[in-house]
Design a protein around this ligand. Structure first.
Ligand code: PSU
Ligand code: MN
Length: 304
């Protein structure tokens, strides 16, 4: 095992016994929600995974260690420090580790660490993708390249339309990443169930999700699989409200010249500010919904 990886005793024991484990990211804690709702949500997500028969592994970089499985105290620390903790993507790992620093893991780095630990299923809110205007800016999230090369199933609620969802799907197609709709034919757009874009396949059960992922890895096809699970109807937001907020956020980012790794956090924070508590509530609900599906899928996978 590599000297930087630190797996919690509970996660280690579960993996050795072949029990289901679900990875969780920490950028959503440190950068995605305000304190204390971020900590409360992270702990509720862990509990949801336990209630559905799996072991949660919240992933982060702490003191130069790649942690697979954080304690409640570590989650509190990640939530309280918030944006002071570096948002860590693939390119950030070498220097953070060499310095013994902390990092909040994005979808990319959570996949990397999950794969190192032997965790195959990961639940989150939304993934990064191809930004609008990427033809000029080249702003394409490293999450897409990670999905192309690292064998982890990512269960999310789609992607926010701060991104160019059409180009994001094109990129994933080129890279050979299966995009699955869970009980839907349409790519969900995070806060809403609809985007107008079709997914590659609709799958209706955790067992079939597990079987598809198993087939992919059995054939030695590299890379992950993207499962998009729509926000439950009763928590989804009115499309006009969310689209107006996204338009305004994009216009402000453009005016301020926001770019690079600040782009996604800026847009997410602006949308939240403009939609108030409603979007936070929707965000919490969809993450819990993904955690449940991930636990059931990890269980199905452990039984194959
Ligand atoms: N999209 C969301 N919520 C998030 C993120 C993206 O709807 O919290 C976070 C995730 O951690 C994701 C990262 O992996 O932002 C992508 O950042 P970037 O676009 O800079 O690659
Ligand atoms: Mn980017």
């Amino acid at each position: 095992m590599n000297q930087y990886l630190s797996i919690s005793p509970e996660v280690q024991e579960a993996l050795q016994a072949g029990k289901p484990v679900v990875a969780l990211e920490s950028t959503i804690i440190s950068h995605g929600m305000p304190y204390p709702q971020n900590v409360e949500t992270a702990l509720r997500v862990e509990q949801t995974i336990r209630d559905n028969g799996a072991v949660p592994a919240t992933i982060a970089i702490l003191g130069g260690k790649l942690k697979a499985g954080c304690t409640a105290e570590e989650i509190e620390y990640l939530g309280k420090k918030g944006t002071e903790i570096t948002k860590a993507s693939r390119r950030d790992l070498p220097v953070l580790l060499a310095r013994g620093a902390d990092g909040a893991t994005t979808v990319t780095t959570t996949m990397i660490i999950a794969a190192m630990a032997g965790i195959r299923v990961f639940a989150t809110g939304g993934i990064g993708g191809v930004h609008r205007g990427a033809q000029q800016t080249f702003d394409i999230s490293a999450d897409l390249e990670e999905l192309a090369q690292t064998p982890v199933m990512v269960i999310c609620a789609g992607a926010k339309s701060i991104l160019d969802l059409g180009l994001t799907l094109e990129y994933l197609e080129t890279k050979g990443v299966p995009v699955i709709g869970y009980r839907t034919d349409e790519l969900p757009a995070f806060y809403t169930r609809h985007s107008g874009f079709r997914v590659d396949y609709r799958i209706d059960s955790p067992e079939e999700l597990a079987a598809a992922f198993r087939a992919k890895t059995d054939c030695g096809l590299k890379g992950g699989m993207l499962v998009t699970n729509p926000i439950p109807e009763q928590y989804s937001m009115p499309e006009d409200v969310i689209n107006a907020a996204i338009r305004q956020a994009l216009a402000e980012a453009d005016k301020k010249g926001v770019h690079g790794k600040q782009c996604t956090p800026f847009l997410l924070a602006k949308v939240k500010e403009l939609t108030g508590g409603d979007s936070l509530e929707a965000n919490i609900r969809l993450v819990l919904n993904n955690a449940r599906l991930a636990a059931l899928t990890a269980t199905a996978l452990s039984e194959l």
